[in-house]
Design a protein around this ligand. Structure first.
Ligand code: C2E
Ligand code: MG
Ligand code: MG
Length: 303
């Protein structure tokens, strides 16, 4: 039994690892669960070992430029035309196969790799935009790039982005930040978002509806669009509460002179209802899945 502040850690199954190892794993787990008592188990040890191993392999993959960007179309709900695309990071490990971003992005954030990864994403996105321009098939609208909280904590982020994407006009780029990342330090977010807008980047608030924005900050963030989170879009046809939330977000965006983009649209019925409700744009499997650059070019830019 280990007592640390108010936390009491009970470390069990100590036969396989040293006492201090087991205790630190149990502490890590207890912190994650925000609970006071956590049993140490084999499963926890395997999880931590896999995460450590994954961190090392992800680090090499970034340094050796073995990550990829996929591109998912964003579509105008009235005209059904392409308004842009979102760049989504993909990692194929030679042994493990595809690793989901919902696993490796939080890991990169936790282990201090996200700035390195984010820099690669920005450079690669700018490179792809210039390839499309040079080929005479420029991407209409803007390419959305996801920015994580740690990148956003850098007060010189706007100039850093401009340096990494210097071959591309800011008018070709939108930056996506999640609502909860904005709200970590809202005053700092107001300053950075204004600098981004002044430099010519568009700003989208990602996963909107999940992050407790206050209305006064929302007005000051100077965002161009709210991306309505997939969790409200998923059940909006059957669940009148979710439908009401979507309608409220659209009304709020209209009042604040922002556009709306619905995430995770998977059916014609969802797309039609969103268009009726006044939502401007959508992204989702109904319109197109994320594709590697060459397939995206063939499907969306070649006619
Ligand atoms: P996100 O930025 O909200 O991206 C949208 C996610 O929804 C993507 O998951 C996309 O593949 C998925 N999606 C799109 N349409 C549909 C649909 O119709 N149905 C369903 N069920 N899902 C749909 P993905 O690619 O797995 O990425 C997950 C998250 O990982 C992203 O959420 C983003 O937060 C993060 N991420 C991905 N690439 C990057 C990156 O380059 N940098 C950073 N910082 N985060 C990234
Ligand atoms: Mg996004
Ligand atoms: Mg999202």
């Amino acid at each position: 039994m280990l007592v640390l502040g108010s936390r009491v850690i009970r470390a069990m199954s100590l036969a396989q690892v040293s006492c201090s190892n087991a205790a630190s794993i149990a502490l890590h787990h207890a912190k994650k669960l925000e609970s006071n008592i956590s049993p140490y188990t084999q499963t926890m040890r395997h999880t931590l070992e896999r995460r450590q191993w994954m961190t090392e392999r992800l680090h090499s993959a970034i340094l050796e430029r073995r990550l990829q960007l996929y591109f998912q179309p964003q579509v105008d709900l009235n005209t059904q035309t392409l308004t842009g695309a979102e760049a989504l990071c993909r990692w194929h490990d030679p042994e493990w196969g595809w690793v989901s971003p919902s696993e490796f992005i939080p890991l990169a954030e936790e282990r201090g790799l996200i700035r390195l990864l984010g820099d690669w994403v920005l450079e690669e996105a700018a490179r792809q935009l210039s390839v499309w321009q040079a080929a005479g098939t420029p991407l209409p609208g803007r390419l959305s790039i996801n920015i994580s909280a740690q990148q956003f904590a850098d007060p010189r982020l706007t100039t850093h982005i401009a340096t990494l994407t210097s071959n591309i006009s800011p008018s070709a780029i939108a930056l996506e930040l999640t609502e909860s990342d904005f709200m970590r330090d809202p005053d700092q977010a107001v300053i950075i978002t204004q600098a981004m807008r002044q430099a010519g980047y568009a700003l989208f608030i990602d996963d909107f509806g999940t992050g407790y924005s206050s209305l006064s900050y929302l007005r000051r963030f100077a965002a161009d669009a709210l991306k309505i989170d997939i969790s409200f879009v998923r059940d909006m046809l059957d669940n009148h509460h979710d439908r009401a939330i979507v309608q409220t977000i659209i009304a709020m965006a209209n009042t604040l002179e922002m556009k709306t983009l619905a995430e995770g649209v998977e059916s014609a019925a969802q797309a039609a209802l969103l268009a009726d409700m006044g939502c401007n744009q959508a992204q989702g499997y109904w319109f197109g899945r994320p594709l590697p650059a060459d397939e995206f070019t063939r499907t969306w830019l070649n006619d």
